[in-house]
Design a protein around this ligand. Structure first.
Ligand SMILES: [Zn+2]
Length: 109
């Protein structure tokens, strides 16, 4: 994971992101007001509970961007690791004996 993403994750868990509420707490701002809904802008508010952001589908957009990133990473990893398929399948009979069948549908035991 990229260092900036790790930093964001840690700061969000420990409520150290520069939300307006934190900026007021740190003496950097006078009001903790959310510019979208004018409620109190905490980290939780920014990340998941601003009603204006919700109505504008900003959370959906962010959610979809995360999924796109995951799909991209999985697709890249899948392209790099593409193990060859076995040329046969092993079947086990009721008696426990193993039978081998080639993928070309020509049976061999
Ligand atoms: Zn808001």
């Amino acid at each position: 994971m990229a260092p900036l993403r790790i930093s964001f994750l840690i700061r969000s868990v420990y409520n150290l992101l520069p939300s307006n509420a934190n900026l007021v707490r740190w003496g950097k701002k006078d009001h903790p007001t959310c510019p979208l809904c004018h409620g109190r802008q905490t980290t939780e508010h920014v990340l998941s509970s601003c009603k204006v952001a919700l109505s504008q589908e900003r959370y959906t957009w962010r959610h979809n961007r995360v999924l796109q990133e995951l799909a991209s990473v999985i697709s890249t990893a899948k392209g790099q690791f593409n193990p060859p398929l076995p040329s046969f399948t092993i079947f086990t009979t009721e008696g426990g004996a193993k039978k081998w069948r080639r993928r070309s549908n020509t049976a061999s035991t």
